[in-house]
Design a protein around this ligand. Structure first.
Ligand SMILES: Nc1nc2c(ncn2[C@@H]2O[C@H](COP(=O)(O)OP(=O)(O)O)[C@@H](O)[C@H]2O)c(=O)[nH]1
Ligand SMILES: [Mg+2]
Length: 196
């Protein structure tokens, strides 16, 4: 079955786990620290610059935002973790919604775990990858902002990261740039192949 990523629309906003829409179609969960490029990737996948708001202010998104693609696929944009600029109290409030997404028994089909290719892994990234490995959660590792490297530099950096992270041999790893539309087609294809 084909999927038209351009046929995407806002579907729902949930400030608590109970407000999340019941699962009716395959669901992808966006995970990763604030500012890693989650909203930008949703926009790039759907070829729509206005779909998900791209925030300049880390930590602004407090809710889970749902987008439906072609009525065949749902994307859940989780509040990111690692907000440097918000209080400790707000921090736990933000991350508890994202945490409960994984611990509440809610069903989903794939996690896109985003990490900035230039940064070293954060404790949260390491914990998240361990959690997904331990719980047999299907995930793609997506390195973002790859336009910051030359082609040769990108290959070197990816080798470095494979040593740093100790990924599963069969892990699906993507290197993308939402700005330059690098790796977006490959990611669309892999998503459609797995879920549609
Ligand atoms: N250079 C570059 N910057 C990006 C890319 N994707 C996102 N950004 C920038 O990173 C910042 C955070 O992006 P956003 O999508 O809001 O991240 P989110 O907080 O994870 O949703 C914004 O300033 C974006 O313009 C990319 O592929 N390349
Ligand atoms: Mg966002």
């Amino acid at each position: 079955m084909e999927i038209n990523f351009r046929k995407a629309k806002f579907s729902a906003l949930a400030a608590t786990i109970d407000q999340c829409p019941a699962k009716s179609i395959p669901e992808i969960v966006m995970s990763g620290r604030s500012n890693v490029g989650k909203s930008s990737l949703i926009n790039a996948l759907c070829d729509n610059r206005k779909l998900a708001r791209v925030s300049q202010t880390p930590g602004k998104t407090r809710a889970v935002v749902f987008f439906d693609i072609d009525d065949k696929l749902r994307i859940a944009d989780l509040p990111g973790y690692g907000y440097a600029k918000v209080s400790r109290e707000k921090k736990s409030q933000f991350s508890s919604l994202a945490d409960s997404y994984f611990t509440s028994g809610r069903q989903f089909d794939l996690v896109l775990h985003l990490m900035d290719i230039r940064r070293e892994p954060s404790d949260e990234d390491v914990a998240m990858l361990e959690y997904m490995n331990a719980n047999n959660i299907r995930y793609f590792v997506v390195f973002t902002k790859c336009d910051k490297y030359s082609a040769a530099g990108l290959r070197r950096r990816l080798e470095e990261l494979k040593d740093i992270y100790d990924f599963d041999e069969n892990a699906d790893i993507f290197a993308i740039s939402s700005d330059k539309k690098l790796g977006i087609d490959q990611l669309r294809e892999a998503i459609a192949k797995l879920l549609i």
